[in-house]
Design a protein around this ligand. Structure first.
Ligand SMILES: Nc1nc2c(c(=O)[nH]1)N[C@H]1C(S)=C(S)[C@@H](COP(=O)(O)OP(=O)(O)OC[C@H]3O[C@@H](n4cnc5c(=O)[nH]c(N)nc54)[C@H](O)[C@@H]3O)O[C@H]1N2
Ligand SMILES: Nc1nc2c(c(=O)[nH]1)N[C@H]1C(S)=C(S)[C@@H](COP(=O)(O)OP(=O)(O)OC[C@H]3O[C@@H](n4cnc5c(=O)[nH]c(N)nc54)[C@H](O)[C@@H]3O)O[C@H]1N2
Ligand code: SF4
Ligand SMILES: [Mo]
Length: 904
């Protein structure tokens, strides 16, 4: 096969892959002579063809040494690698000898490379001999995996990205694609612009930015998805939309079809179950029935549910019924979250799989053990993530090794995770960042090489394997994860199985394992077959081009415009009894925990546009921190009135598991009775915003995936005496001792936004103690309005300033202040006056940031529209917003539409 790539276009540019979302965009990265990292989209990569979103475009901002873990540490003390590795190996061996292999657990991540993942899985399942290795993909993709296995006989995604461009109807359900898979969304929008007949339907309880751009938005009652899709199934059968290829001829298929029909309500019953406008639901059913080329994209609104697996099958059933899969422009499409969620599933990173899509049958166990030549092999599936930490909290699991994930933030019932880690006799954490909510619990901390420093492969949502390539040496003593795991394995006494010299050797072993006893897809074998990628020499590995699995042999590799296999299930060929996908009857049920008098509201959680998970990386980027600098609790204004909550004021959100303190934000796009809080903020970035502590730990009975989108909660207004913010040039400024604070990183300063439940006797003393008094202090107080302003200058340069107001709406914006601190130039008399006036001299407020790349605020975009810019391109010409990565174009569009509506 042809594996060579075009030479890099600029000297020093390396072809690699973005380390954020599962779109898996190709990146050209290089370091300049000042060690600055420059990135741009790889024009040749089949995922993005040169595009990058705001997070990808800001990669250069997050790769510095800021916050990095540079050396191994044992019990908080810096040590050398030998000591750290021996401490881990001895500790694991001690627990295994005393309490058995089930007393240790690995908790790994879809942000490891396939090679790291492979080695961790091999050590646990083949050498330690337990299957207690699970991954954060349990919180993310487990329901899709289980649904795929029920429908296709194996965990596989039948379609590809191009299908979204070739479809006439794209249904996005439980997916905020514009924010979470922005480049795929941009491809969809570009196709829509070329073919205006194409329709997009969004099914999401919230009016997201994705929903606002759709032709139809169905704001369904959370958790009611199965009813909606079963109802569609019934409607399609009634109007005889059963595809000829799958007309159920077998008894099993016929009985499954009847069972689904038995469960399904008619459209009016469904509209009431889903709390939808019946006309809107009928319209969706009509569109679906009348559109041959349909793709249904789904993500966490489907997976993260106590009925996640059933939701997945309800969606797939409709595609099987209509024969809409395996063909261009058709198919159910599970979009993956993390850059290597797929790779982890391929090597067996989930505790209920063994390796290379093999399970725990006797045949599979013998095959894998023989191939590994390992002393033992796990007998049965291990504990799933939530269970694993519960077992640690109960003292049944005594040693945990956490790699590339931050469970103190991201698991549900996250306070239990703290108790579990505090109880373990050995906690090992491998991370790139020194201080996270989880590293604080580590007995042994191992510095992992970060993106740009490590090499290997990742698999994206469309089964495309791409290389990540290093373009710089690791920071400090950081080492790649595969190396760390292999060293520990060898010190544990497993020298032979882990004598790897490079990630290529590991990938090769993985690729060969996929071919063991595997005649290949369509031949009765496993679909995951990487035979064509086995045996690469160093040059082939170095120049490996993106390739979609399965790629069993050279023949298939030339098929289609991409390399490898674009679509699966094209003519049967699946590892099911008859090679065809299976209907799996599912019935609608209410979510695992429902609101009651004590917890009357439903909490939904998820992502913001420019932040990534627990902020360890995007929190370092100034531009990415401007879009939504604070975590907000979004709620409908009517609920706010009902519970006495004011916009911008403090609200406590409480569940049976824990609580957070946030600021409320009115959103008419929220359904009544439902709140939305982002998942990103944690104890390193905020006083009490770790929403995982509130989230419901109930799991899907089949997949074990927790219900992170549906927690019964109560809210309560918390009166604050003062709201304020501080900007300071000191990079070690501690947070204030207030009930509420949020940390925001600036270029040459730090910002804290805070709220205090009581006012001190003297704000001046309070500010002086926190910010210092050296140099010149200027201040302004207006007791009647509860306003206080304080600025400290040294040599006429601003070093810190504080703004306080009783009403948060009375606080000025602070972008201009950030500019004054970052510029660090002497201020004239007029500027000092402006400081105390709380307004930049002669300049208007720019409003909340919309475009992170160029730092353009909402007010500026509004004035561009007022000046005659009536589409996104015109706005871009006017003020640059939207002119680089394009992630904010849906937001610009929403502003244009809003102003047009209010003008009408
Ligand atoms: N900016 C950004 N992008 C990311 C990430 C990030 O951290 N930041 N993380 C990546 C990862 S790992 C993942 S998994 C993906 C997640 O990508 P998405 O799944 O698109 O993102 P979420 O915000 O978690 O949730 C999606 C939507 O599900 C909706 N939802 C909630 N309950 C229901 C329900 O019952 N039914 C339906 N139909 N919808 C419901 C929510 O309102 C929400 O808008 O994003 C990836 N991309
Ligand atoms: N409430 C709520 N909770 C959720 C979700 C939700 O929607 N709502 N979504 C869930 C989902 S889908 C996901 S995927 C998870 C994500 O949750 P986490 O995995 O906990 O989040 P990250 O911040 O991505 O954590 C990755 C960690 O790995 C480190 N790291 C980065 N690269 C490397 C590397 O190469 N090697 C090593 N060793 N470390 C590295 C980072 O510094 C960081 O500490 O959150 C889940 N939790
Ligand atoms: S869409 Fe953005 S975050 Fe996702 S891979 Fe592409 S550049 Fe990275
Ligand atoms: Mo995820």
């Amino acid at each position: 096969m042809n594996t060579s790539i075009q030479p890099p276009r600029q000297p020093g540019e390396v072809h690699t892959t973005c380390p954020y979302c599962g779109v898996g965009c190709g990146v050209l990265a290089r370091m300049d002579k000042d060690n600055r990292v420059h990135v741009r989209g790889d024009p040749e990569h089949p995922a993005n063809f040169g595009r990058l979103c705001s997070k990808g475009a800001a990669l250069g901002e997050t790769t510095g040494l800021n916050g990095r873990l540079l050396h191994p540490r044992v019990h908080g003390q810096r040590t050398d690698w030998d000591t750290a590795l021996a401490t881990v190996a001895d500790g694991l061996n001690r627990v295994i000898r005393r309490d058995g292999p089930e007393a240790v657990g690995f908790y790994v991540s879809g942000q490891l490379l396939t090679e790291d993942y492979y080695v961790a899985n091999k050590l646990m399942k083949g050498y330690i001999g337990s299957a207690n290795i699970d991954t954060n993909s349990r919180l993310c993709m487990a329901s899709s995996v289980a649904g795929h296995i029920r429908a296709f006989g194996e965990d596989l995604v039948p379609g590809c990205y191009e299908d979204l461009e070739r479809a006439d109807l794209v249904v996005l359900t439980g997916s905020n694609l514009a924010w979470c898979h922005p480049v795929l969304y941009q491809r969809l929008e570009a196709a829509r612009a070329r073919r205006p007949g194409m329709r997009v339907v969004v099914i999401d309880p919230r009016e997201t930015e994705t929903a606002a751009q759709a032709d139809l938005h169905l704001p369904l009652r959370p958790g009611s998805d199965v009813a909606l899709w079963n109802g569609l199934f019934r409607r399609l059968v009634e109007t005889d939309q059963i595809h000829r290829d799958i007309r159920p001829e077998t008894e099993a298929a016929d009985s499954n079809l009847k069972r689904i029909l038995h469960e399904a309500g008619d459209a009016d019953a469904v509209a009431s179950a889903c709390d939808l406008n019946p006309r809107a639901l009928h319209l969706f059913y009509d569109w679906f029935a009348g559109t041959e080329r349909t793709v249904s994209v789904y993500s966490q609104g489907v997976n993260q549910s106590s009925q996640g697996t059933d939701k997945v099958n309800a969606i797939i059933n409709v595609h099987i019924l209509t024969g809409r899969l395996g063909r261009p422009g058709c198919g159910p499409f599970s979009v993956t979250g993390q850059p290597n969620a797929m790779g982890g599933r391929e090597v067996g990173g989930l505790s209920n799989q063994l390796a290379a899509h093999m399970g725990f049958s006797q045949g599979d166990r013998i095959r894998v053990q023989r191939y590994w030549d390992s002393p033992r092999i796990a007998r049965q599936p291990g504990m799933k993530a939530v269970e694993l930490f519960r077992a640690a909290a109960q003292g049944r699991v005594k040693a945990l090794w956490i790699m590339a994930t931050n469970p103190v933030v991201s698991l549900p019932d996250a306070d239990l995770v703290k108790r579990a880690l505090a109880r373990c006799e050995l906690v090992v954490v491998s991370d790139c960042i020194a201080n996270t909510d989880t590293t604080g619990y580590a007995h042994v901390l191992m510095p992992a090489a970060a993106w740009g420093e490590k090499s290997g492969t990742v698999t994206n949502s469309e089964r495309c394997i791409s290389r990540q390539r290093a373009f710089r040496t690791p920071a400090g003593e950081a080492r790649p994860d595969w190396w760390i795991i292999s060293q520990v394995a060898r010190l544990m006494g497993f020298d032979r199985g882990f004598a790897y010299g490079s990630p290529r050797e590991i990938f090769d072993e993985h690729a060969r394992l996929t071919a063991v006893h595997n005649p290949g897809p369509g031949m009765g074998g496993r679909t995951l077959h990487l035979g064509a990628l086995a045996g690469m020499n160093a040059k082939q590995w170095d120049t490996l081009q993106p390739v979609q699995w399965p790629c069993p042999g050279p023949g298939l590799d030339t098929a289609g415009p991409g390399r490898g296999t674009q679509r699966l299930a094209t003519n049967g060929g699946l590892p099911t009894e008859d090679g065809h996908p299976r209907l799996h009857p599912v019935c609608a049920e209410t979510p695992g925990n429902t609101p009651d008098a004590r917890f009357p509201l439903v909490l939904n959680t998820g992502r913001t546009r420019d932040h990534w998970h627990t902020l360890t990386r995007t929190g370092l980027s100034v531009s990415l921190s401007t879009h939504q600098p604070e975590p907000r609790c979004d709620l409908h204004p009517e609920d706010a009135t009902r519970f006495g909550l004011a916009d911008g004021h403090l609200v406590r959100v409480r569940s049976a598991w824990g609580s957070v303190l946030l600021r409320a934000r009115y959103q008419t796009g929220q359904r009544r009775g439902e709140l939305f809080v982002p998942m990103h903020w944690n104890d390193c970035y905020a006083a009490q915003a770790r929403i995982g502590a509130v989230a419901n730990p109930i799991t899907d009975p089949i997949s074990g995936q927790p219900e992170l989108k549906h927690t019964p909660v109560a809210v309560e207004a918390v009166p604050a005496a003062a709201y304020g913010f501080v900007l300071s040039r000191a990079d070690d400024l501690p947070p204030p001792e207030t009930a509420y604070w949020v940390r925001i990183n600036g270029h040459a300063h730090q910002r804290f936004v805070f709220a205090s439940t009581e006012a001190p006797d003297s704000w001046r003393d309070w500010a002086g103690r926190w910010l210092g008094t050296e140099g010149t202090v200027v201040e302004m107080a207006d007791r009647a309005r509860g306003v206080y302003r304080f600025a400290r200058l040294v040599d006429d340069r601003l070093v810190a300033c504080l703004f306080i107001a009783a009403d948060p709406a009375a606080l000025p914006g602070c972008d201009w202040l950030a500019g004054l601190l970052d510029n660090n130039r002497p201020l004239g008399a007029e500027e000092r006056l402006a400081l105390l006036a709380g307004r930049p001299a002669g300049e208007a407020e720019t409003g909340e940031t919309v475009c992170a790349c160029f730092g353009v605020g909402e007010r500026i975009i509004e004035s561009a529209v007022a000046a005659g810019a009536h589409d996104t391109e015109a706005v871009t010409r006017h003020c640059k917003a939207g002119g680089y990565c394009g992630s904010c174009r849906p937001a610009i569009n929403a502003i244009i539409q809003r102003l047009a509506r209010s003008a009408a």
